[in-house]
Write a protein that binds this ligand. Structure first.
Ligand SMILES: CC(=O)N[C@H](C=O)[C@@H](O)[C@H](O)[C@H](O)CO
Ligand SMILES: CC(=O)C(=O)O
Length: 349
């Protein structure tokens, strides 16, 4: 059975106009295992994404993949969302968010909960965030379409007509719910198990999908990334998703980055990007090595979404609550030692 992941991006129009929201969607096709995870055990499938006309403005800079705030009873906690957004903009200098994604444990929430969360994130982000990406991936097409339709009208189109035919038929169904949204390809082989080259997927795609707008590249194959950047059309964005090697991606021309660690390392990573932009490669490398030191320390102790969320709580003071089962809460001491490591490596933001 296939599952579908769709991400919508809302973009605030800057300047003096009242914030108008337009949308971007990413979607990927995959297999569901008995645990409901997206591991495919070697099955091949293509991960593709939809993106909206708002893509006139390129997605650039850092995007924090947010955690979902819960109460101690495990219910969604809308009250913390405003504070979370203020923390990211004021403390971390991060002005784009990616909500209800993997980091936000989207698959552990009902469609109804996800709609409420998406609306609250968009509402609270108005006037504060540049872009809000809402992941609306579900275990079935109907649920995804329902989420997509929060944001857009339903029309028909015929974008999917050649190559990758079965994927295109599936994607076409999503496009029926969001026909005006341009396409993105979302490449995350470590999660999906799909080891196609992203650059192969991009080849010729602009002819097939005129609204194609780029790729979210969360793989470690830097040659493939380079090929994507090299092929990238002027209005496309290539966004990198492996935080611990962002510098390599910048050197290859990535336009921005989406990641979980930008929730609490955003201010340092912004410095990394500035150093890189100024040609100060030594400083950029110094910051990247610090990120690697922290992440390798955390990974040796087991670094899953539960640990990551608790680390964010320790570092930000936000009231994000526990993760939802099957993700287990992180023992306090485990996170405390990672938080201490963070403080020993990084200065205050
Ligand atoms: C697999 C996964 O969740 N990747 C995240 C985003 O794509 C990253 O932000 C990682 O959490 C980060 O690079 C730490 O390994
Ligand atoms: C990191 C990311 O892309 C996600 O949370 O889905």
């Amino acid at each position: 059975m296939g599952y579908l992941k769709v991400h919508l991006v809302t973009q605030k129009v800057k300047q003096h106009a009242p914030p108008t929201l337009s949308y971007v969607a990413f979607c990927e096709l995959g297999k569901i295992t008995s645990t409901g995870s997206s591991q495919t055990h070697g099955q091949t499938f293509v991960v593709m994404s939809l993106m909206a006309p708002a893509a006139e403005r390129k997605l650039t800079g850092l995007v924090a993949a947010t955690f979902t705030p819960l109460t101690t009873q495990g219910e969604i906690n809308l009250k913390e969302i405003g504070r979370y957004i203020d923390y990211l903009t004021e403390k971390q200098g991060v002005n784009n968010i990616f909500v209800n994604g993997t980091t936000g444990e989207s698959m552990s929430f009902s469609v109804a909960e996800r709609k409420i969360l998406a609306e609250e994130w968009c509402q609270k982000a108005k006037g504060k965030m540049d872009q809000v990406i809402v992941h609306v991936g579900c275990m079935n097409l109907k649920d995804s379409q329902e989420l997509v339709m929060i944001f857009t009208h339903c029309h028909c189109n015929d974008l999917f007509t050649s190559r990758y035919c079965s994927y295109q038929m599936f994607l076409h169904e999503v496009a029926l719910a969001a026909p005006t949204l341009p396409f993105y390809y979302y490449h995350i082989p470590a999660v999906t198990g799909v080891n196609v080259l992203a650059s192969d997927v991009l080849e010729g795609i602009e002819e097939l999908i005129p609204s194609f707008s780029g790729v979210k590249f969360s793989g470690v194959d830097l040659m493939d990334l380079g090929q994507c950047v090299s092929y990238s059309q002027p209005r496309w964005s290539v966004l990198y998703g492996v935080d611990e090697q962002l510098l390599a991606a910048l050197a290859l021309g990535a336009h921005g980055a989406v990641g979980s660690t930008y929730n609490y390392m955003g201010c340092h990573v912004n410095e990394l990007i500035s150093a890189f932009d100024k040609g100060d490669i030594v400083q950029a490398r110094r910051i990247q090595f610090k990120m690697q030191e922290l992440l390798s320390y955390a990974q040796k102790r087991g670094f899953d979404v539960g640990v990551n969320k608790q680390l964010m709580i320790e570092l930000s003071g936000l009231n994000l609550g526990p993760p939802r089962l099957p993700v287990m809460p992180c023992p306090h001491e485990q996170c405390l030692c990672i938080a201490q490591k963070y403080h020993s490596i990084f200065p205050e933001c």
